[in-house]
Design a binder for this molecule. Structure first.
Ligand code: XMP
Length: 320
């Protein structure tokens, strides 16, 4: 049983001191690896880990080919400025191969988990001689996985999986008692810039969580372009999270007076505090008009744009 520490209860100074000694105890004389995706959780763990271990922590960014436009370079540059060197590991082909032909959401999540932890980290850990992986799992990831709603990519122990046995290394999770609002408070205390600790959540399975049906290079490219437009057009909403989702079904459209059997993008924009429950942001009609126009203008092949108006629950925030 994990005891939750709410954002209100969290004393960042004490928490940081406790976690630094826990991390130092867990790693001992060895070294650790830390996977940075650039999200709030992994950015916060990176800062905490570096305080605890300094050069005994190696930080890697796994380029899985499923990230947003320009993300690997942006994240590496930002952390360089914060004094953390980030190695970008190119694993694009491995992820695409692992996802090939899979349409079931939970099977996609499982393929991503296995590629991350068994294949890619397994190799990095072996090559670097590290004994453990430091990662930013939070309580919400665990809740939903245990409830059987959605297998979050980074949950093992609570499912009876021993990472040491399954992958050959230990996983240390210093943020496990916190939810997103607590992690943001901690990230700020650890010196992350506001753009980073306020950053919108982005799921571990990345854009693979936003393509319904089989994942292809073209599908990822389409959803990546739509994501860029949505991020630009909704940046001023202050929403908890917004996203573009590529649907599998095609619909009849028309372009330049001709039939165009095209693709559909669904936009979701969520108001939420901790991702447990969420409601769609009440966007003004003019903003929805602009959004549709820009997506159709900038993303090739799209003839339909919809806006999700269902709450979580029964929806979840991501589409898979
Ligand atoms: P759902 O879709 O479960 O999402 O309502 C709740 C929050 O969690 C994020 N999410 C994930 N985060 N690994 C993560 O680290 C995952 O596998 C994962 N799936 C969803 C989602 O973006 C939202 O903020």
């Amino acid at each position: 049983m994990i005891t939750e520490i709410t954002a209100q209860e969290l004393s960042t100074e004490r928490f940081i001191a406790d976690k630094i000694s826990e991390i130092q105890d867990a790693v001992g004389d060895g070294t650790a690896i830390n996977a940075l995706s650039g999200g709030v959780d992994s950015s916060t763990v990176t800062m905490l880990g570096h305080r605890a271990l300094g050069k005994h922590l190696k930080t890697v960014f796994i380029e899985n080919g499923l990230m947003r436009e320009g993300e690997p370079e942006q994240v590496a540059d930002l952390f360089e400025q914060l004094g953390v060197t980030v190695d970008i590991i190119d694993a694009r082909e491995e992820f695409l191969a692992a996802l090939e032909g899979i349409v079931d959401p939970e099977e996609k999540r499982e393929a991503i988990t296995q590629t991350f932890y068994r294949q890619v980290f397994g190799r990095i850990v072996r090559e670097s001689g590290a004994s453990c992986l430091l990662q930013g799992t939070i309580l919400t990831d665990i809740d939903e996985t245990i409830a059987g709603i959605k297998r979050q990519h980074n949950v093992f122990e609570q499912l009876g999986i021993d990472p040491q046995e399954a992958f050959g290394y230990r996983i240390v999770e210093p943020l496990i008692e916190l939810r997103k609002d607590g992690v943001r408070k901690l990230g700020e205390a650890l010196g992350l810039p506001a753009e980073q600790f306020e950053r919108m959540p982005f799921p571990g399975p990345a854009l693979a969580a936003r393509v319904i049906g089989a994942i292809t290079l073209e599908g990822i490219e389409t959803v990546r372009k739509a994501t860029t437009v949505v991020a630009r057009m909704l940046a001023d909403t202050g929403a908890f999270q917004y996203m573009a989702i590529l649907h599998e079904d095609r619909v009849t459209g028309m372009r330049d007076g001709e039939r165009d059997f095209g693709q559909q993008i669904e936009v979701r924009c969520w108001d939420s505090v901790d991702a447990r429950v969420a409601t769609p942001t009440r966007l003004p009609p003019e903003q929805l008009d602009d959004l549709a126009r820009e997506i159709i203008r900038e993303v090739p092949g799209i003839v339909s744009v919809t806006y999700n108006i269902a709450t979580k629950p029964p929806s979840t925030m991501e589409a898979i």
